[in-house]
Design a protein. Structure first.
Length: 361
C-alpha cells in the first residue's frame, strides 16, 4: 500500500513536491496502532507560520519527512481504515493534527470515549494539544460546513481566546485601545471579536486591499491602513498584538507611540519580514506569546475541563459570524494542494476565503 505526502524544502519554502511513501501492511501494524486515511484538512496563513517556525518550535518533528524537507502540520479529519486497538473500530472519524498526506499511522494511547492521543516517540517533545485527536463520528458540530469551520478556525480561535485571556488577566496593561496587525487574518478577527465583546476599543491594521473586508466584520472600532499608522493619536496608552511579524511596522509603531506602547505581543508571521536583530525599541519590549505555556498555566488554575468549557462558550458566540464572512472552497488532488499552498505562501488568498484540501484524488 502506498501513500502520498506533500513536502516542502525547509530552507526554501517555495520548493515543494508530492512524494509517494510506503505504508505498513495492516497485519504488520504495531500493537494499538491505527491506520488513518486523511480525508480533508484546512490550510490557512497559520500553517505558513508553522513552516517558518518549524525548527524553533519543533513543528518539523511531528510528521517526519526526508532529509532537508518538512511536512507542514494541518488541522483536519481522518477515518480509521485499520485498527490494532480493541477500543477503536474501523470507520472511527477523528479530528486533530494531521500531515499534509493521504495517510497517517497513529500509535493510539489514552483512549477514551471522547478522544485519544498519538503516543509515537517522535511526537512527545511538543505541546500535548498537537497529539490529541477527538472522536467526532456522529457529532453534528464536526459534520458538513460546521466541520469545515472547526478545522479552519477552531485551532486559530483557540489562540485568539488565549491571547484575549492573557490581555484580560493583565487588565490590557492599562491600554485604552488594542492594535491588531494583519487584521484580516482569522486569528486576528477572532481576537478582535473577543476584545470587542468585552468592551475594548480595537483598531485593525491592514493593507488597503483588505480594508473593505476588515470593516465588514463589524468587530473593529477603527480600520487603518499600514501607510497611515502614524496618523493615530499617540497620547493614550495602547497594546499591540502583532500577527504580521513585520519588523518595519513594529518599529514604526513603537517609535510613534513611545512610552504609550504598554504591551507588544508577537503572535504570528503572516508577512514573514522580521529582522533577526531589531535592536531596542521605545515602549514595552516585544515578546512572543507562546500558547502552550498559557494553556499549562490555565489548566492548572481552572482544573480539568476548565479551558474547554470557557473556549466552547466563546466559540458559540463567534461561530455565527462565520457564515456571513467566510466562503469555504474545497480542492482535491496534489496539484490543487500545491497551488493553494503557494498562494498562501505568497499572500494571494483573499481573507474571506477558507480552503479545505485533500491529497486524495
Amino acid at each position: 500500500m502506498t501513500a502520498s505526502d506533500f513536502i516542502v524544502a525547509r530552507d526554501n519554502l517555495e520548493a515543494c513536491k508530492t512524494i509517494a511513501t510506503g505504508l505498513p501492511a495492516i497485519d504488520a501494524l504495531p500493537q494499538d496502532a491505527l491506520l488513518v486515511r486523511v480525508e480533508r484538512f484546512a490550510f490557512t496563513a497559520n500553517n505558513i507560520t508553522y513552516a517558518v517556525m518549524g525548527d524553533e518550535l519543533k513543528y518539523w518533528q511531528i510528521f517526519p519527512a526526508p532529509e532537508g524537507f518538512g511536512n507542514i502540520p494541518v488541522w483536519g479529519f481522518g477515518e480509521v481504515i485499520a485498527s490494532k486497538h480493541p477500543n477503536v473500530p474501523v470507520g472511527e472519524r477523528l479530528f486533530g493534527y494531521f500531515p499534509m498526506a493521504t495517510h497517517l499511522v497513529i500509535e493510539a494511547t489514552d483512549v477514551s470515549k471522547r478522544g485519544l492521543r498519538d503516543g509515537a516517540a517522535h511526537r512527545q517533545g511538543v505541546a500535548p494539544v498537537y497529539n490529541a485527536y477527538a472522536r467526532v463520528g456522529g457529532d453534528p458540530a464536526y459534520t458538513g460546513r460546521q466541520g469545515d469551520y472547526q478545522a479552519l478556525l477552531r485551532p486559530l480561535f483557540m489562540l485568539s481566546f488565549l491571547v484575549d485571556d492573557f490581555l484580560a488577566e493583565n487588565d490590557d496593561f492599562g491600554a485604552r485601545a488594542v492594535l491588531l496587525s494583519s487584521a484580516s487574518s482569522k486569528t486576528a478577527f477572532g481576537l478582535a471579536h473577543l476584545l470587542h465583546t468585552r468592551g475594548r476599543k480595537v483598531i485593525g491594521l491592514t493593507s488597503s486591499g483588505n480594508t473593505g473586508f476588515v470593516t465588514s466584520l463589524g468587530c473593529y472600532d477603527e480600520v487603518v491602513t499600514y501607510d497611515r499608522v502614524t496618523s493615530l493619536p499617540s497620547d493614550a496608552p495602547v497594546a499591540f498584538v502583532d500577527m504580521a511579524g513585520n519588523s518595519e511596522l513594529r518599529t514604526t509603531l513603537h517609535r510613534h507611540f513611545g512610552d504609550q506602547m504598554k504591551c507588544s505581543v508577537r503572535v504570528g508571521l503572516t508577512h514573514r519580514a522580521t529582522e533577526p536583530d531589531e535592536g531596542a525599541l521605545p515602549g514595552a519590549k516585544p515578546r512572543w506569546f507562546f500558547a502552550p505555556d498559557h494553556i499549562r498555566k490555565r489548566a492548572k488554575e481552572w482544573g480539568p475541563g476548565g479551558i474547554e468549557q470557557r473556549l466552547g462558550a466563546a466559540w458559540a458566540g463567534f461561530a455565527p459570524m462565520l457564515e456571513r464572512c467566510l466562503t469555504v472552497i474545497e480542492s482535491r488532488g496534489p496539484e490543487a494542494v500545491r497551488q493553494v499552498y503557494l498562494d498562501a505562501l505568497q499572500g494571494r488568498i483573499p481573507p474571506e476565503q477558507g480552503h479545505m484540501l485533500s491529497l486524495l484524488g
